[in-house]
Design a protein around this ligand. Structure first.
Ligand code: ZN
Length: 422
């Protein structure tokens, strides 16, 4: 009997050991406190961080990932990606060249590229084929597809012909129904459509409050959804314990969305001083994609994108960067969102050097892409930091990103939930 109990205990111990993993971090960026720790041992149990201590050799026979010569930080978070869609091209009809099945496979590739670049969590803020993002999220969670943890919005809430529509066609051309699931005409319609998105698996809601740079015939500076429509969306989301973000370029649309109660603003390109003060006072997060304007300019000119789109890109790029600089100075909460999909997935980290160029310290830029973005997602207990309880989502870089933030463009290793994926 005693012998059997002993054997059982030994079996249990070895089973526990199988799910225990150690990581030695030469330098560990503590994103919660904004400091760097040296030579740490991270104990991981069942995919989550169990303890972080000064390094001492782990028990004999334990599984150890030796990153003694690396800087280790939490897996990065991009709050503005479009995984389940085609990448941007010169043709506004591009979304119509791809079936739902094609989009699913493209999404799987984009998810893998994003994860390999060190982004272990993303907020996917919309796809033209409704719920392609939800299906991708579920496939990743089942383990069928390799990719980051995804928070999905299901579809864009937009006005007819607005910034969230596939636009630019003759009036008698019919766009597929699944590309128009989030089109709303008034506040009551917004309540119905937002509920429909939640019923079908959306985690949060994305409003298109103003026109968009890349949607033909819409103007970034012009408000599209009314404040009543946006407030209706916020109320439905709140009742479900969720939240709303608003795509808004123009100053009036930005302020209207904030008055309606959104938790964050995407782009915020033409934000004015009053808008910055309002974001600060209300605690609204700004998710400003200050890199991709350069990409659109370079590739757009090379590939002859429509003149209308290049002009709108010029109108928003530098203005947005100046707004970002002011927002940093004012102490507004800033997340890391890039609009990957406008440029190729996997290049997300290119935005870091712009965030530093426009006023952040490297540590602030890293915190934007970890703790602050986790907070906006309501996922602070799971991601964005490597203190006990968080998923063992981490990246390792040989170069020091606090000396040169562009080091994050070349991630050497990626771990997600304790699995070494790169
Ligand atoms: Zn976008």
């Amino acid at each position: 009997m005693v012998r059997n109990i002993f054997m059982l205990a030994a079996l249990l111990a070895s089973a526990a050991q199988a799910d225990t993993l150690y990581v030695r971090a030469g330098r560990l960026i503590d994103t919660e406190h904004g400091i760097v720790l040296t030579d740490r041992l991270i104990r991981i149990e069942n995919g989550r961080v169990a303890a972080v201590t000064p390094f001492t050799p782990p028990p004999a026979g334990a599984q150890l990932v030796d990153w003694a010569s690396y800087t280790v930080l939490p897996g990065l978070i991009d709050m503005h990606v479009h995984l389940a869609d085609t990448e941007e091209t010169s043709d506004v009809a591009e979304p119509l060249f791809h079936s739902q099945e094609d989009i699913a496979y493209l999404g799987a590739r984009h998810a893998r590229e994003t994860l390999m670049a060190g982004f272990t969590t993303v907020h996917d803020v919309g796809c033209f084929r409704a719920f392609a993002d939800v299906a991708l999220r579920d496939a990743i969670n089942r383990g069928d597809v390799i990719g980051p943890r995804m928070s999905a919005v299901g579809a864009y809430i937009t006005i007819p012909g607005g910034g969230g529509e596939v636009t630019g066609f003759a009036p008698d051309v019919k766009v597929p129904d699944d590309m128009r699931v989030g089109v709303v005409t008034d506040a009551a319609d917004t309540v119905r459509k937002v509920n429909y998105l939640f019923q079908n698996g959306a985690d949060s809601i994305k409003l298109i409050a103003t026109g968009a740079v890349l949607a033909q015939g819409t103007e970034p500076g012009q408000q599209e959804l009314t404040e009543d429509e946006m407030r209706a969306a916020v109320q439905v989301a709140a009742a479900r314990g969720s939240w709303v973000t608003a795509h808004a370029h123009g100053a009036a649309g930005i302020k209207s969305a904030m008055r309606a109660g959104v938790k964050s603003i995407e782009h915020a390109s033409l934000i004015d001083d009053e808008g910055i003060a309002m974001a600060k006072a209300k605690g609204v997060y700004l998710d400003m994609d200050i890199y991709n304007g350069d990409w659109i300019d370079e590739v757009g000119k090379r590939d002859h994108w429509p003149a209308d789109i290049l002009r709108k890109n010029d109108d928003t790029t530098e203005a947005q960067r100046e707004g970002f600089r002011k927002a940093v100075k004012a102490g507004v909460k800033l997340t890391f969102g890039t609009d990957a999909g406008v440029y190729p997935h996997g290049l997300n980290a290119r935005q870091f050097k712009y965030m530093v160029r426009y006023g952040m310290t490297p540590m602030q830029a890293i915190q934007a892409a970890t703790v602050t973005s986790a907070e906006l997602l309501n996922w602070s207990r799971d991601v964005g930091a490597l203190s006990p309880g968080h998923y063992a989502d981490m990246v390792a870089v040989a170069a020091d990103p606090l000396k040169d933030i562009s080091a994050l463009e070349h991630i050497d290793h990626v771990m997600k939930g304790g699995d070494l994926v790169r």
